[in-house]
Write a protein that binds this ligand. Sequence first.
Ligand code: F6P
Length: 549
Amino acid sequence: MPPRLSSAIAWKKLQQHQKEISRTTLSELFAANPRRAEQLSVEASGLFLDYSKNLVDNKTLALFDALAEELGFTAACQALRQGNPVNHTENRSALHGALRDAHGTSVYVNDVDITAGIQQAKVQMAEFVDALHRGNTLGGSGKPILDVVNIGIGGSYLGPKMVVEALTPYQQKTVRCHFIANIDGTEITEVLENLNPETTLFIIASKSFSTKETLCNAIAARKWVCQNPLLEAAIEKHFVAVSSNIPAAIEFGIKESNVFPMWDWVGGRYSLWSTIGLPIAIAVGMTHFQAMLDGAHEMDQHFFNTKPRDNMPFLLAMLQIWYNNFFAANSHAVIPYDHDLRSLPEYLQQLEMESNGKRVDSTGTPVDYATGSAIWGGAGTNGQHAYHQLFHQGTQLIPVDFIFPLTTHNPVSDHHAILIANCLSQSRAMLVGKTLEQATEELLQQGLSRDAAKKLAPHKVIPGNRPSNTLTMEELSPARLGALIALYEHKVYAQSIIWDINAFDQWGVELGKQISNEIYQTLASSDKDAHYDPSTNQLIKRFKEANRK
Ligand code: F6P
């Protein structure tokens, strides 16, 4: 039985249509319709998406709609919203949307309305944050806590870290937030060397409370605190936990009242809205944290109540599928032209690649089409001096999402105008390129001889006709950041519907964890020989020789 998508009528029509549209260019599409830019733009939740610089026409968009209809897109969205077990391999809901519905619309998991628990956890967060900000949270030696260190990895790190960074202008100045994720001892060493144990509190953030990196770092942090006997006697004053595994957190030594609950129906990479977002609330306060939730909720409403043609997450999803599945563009770049969004691409890597890096469909049948893209990027304008060359003259198509706020929190001379001029220059250069004639003429104008110009010009040709999206917002505020993150969450889910894959499990990471535990035993023992493949064996041998005591 072929996968559902492969036999979809609209999918086959898109395959045919790709040949048709490849015979035209973006410049021709703009020339044919003076209103193209305004018609291929959409606003939602304070975000403005200009998707007119994409290799699509009305027929493409109509086929996107037809595919959504054929694959039951709307029903799948409602299934997510009402808490159906969309994570079917773990028989779990994915109710990150419920975390940001301030109206507390009832949602039931196993016949229990989860809204009360959500509200209680937010009250627990608010009380904790308020005491911290008032200087009423004292360490074992009676001094107020001044530094909070979040120990967590993956979804227990990337979201909070990215948001705390993105909302720098909104940070309060009394308590500083720090993050430790990697098991590499360098990270914890570099973070703790500037902190005072007496005034430092750790958040052990781990949904499972079994992630090795996090537990090892938590033990190292506890040792660091316990160097001071005063603090050792009151160790519970220096640790709280965020976890769905409360018994394990208590066993580690966290007081039960210092455990912030999270739930199985929130995926790790979708959890920054939950108590995993505690560092965010500490950094910017509960008011801004709630504003971020509200912005995300606005995007939820847009996603669940807007037909595909005007549905921003659906459009981003299908545009990326268009290039991924019909133009063999298997990587996608996200380039925020905003220093405070510099970690957004890294956050989106987990969100997109751990969600949609899947190879079997909902029936367990291996798919015969591409699924999740490789996501990468970084802040502009830096990338222009690093990898944009590949966008402009590389041999592979790499679609780009450009993101920028119309106004800046930090006006310095005319820097913001220069920054945005650069962002717009990149999408325009990808659109129009530079022909051989233009390159030759330019060189002649510069005074080169005709022969010299003829020789150099081919190297300066830029093909253009390369697609990009541009997303803007009035300013990078908590509400707009919430809407932006929710936009990408729903884009990922929309893609999983089309590809018929599970966006909410991550079985692929289990093998690595299992093998790393085995290899660690080999590395740690003096007599255990390596019995793996020859490459791994020789590398283990080199490690042992270099670290022989
Ligand atoms: O990489 C696997 C993973 O389970 C991620 O999905 C998750 O965000 C991360 O590890 C951390 O998991 P935990 O919060 O349970 O420590």
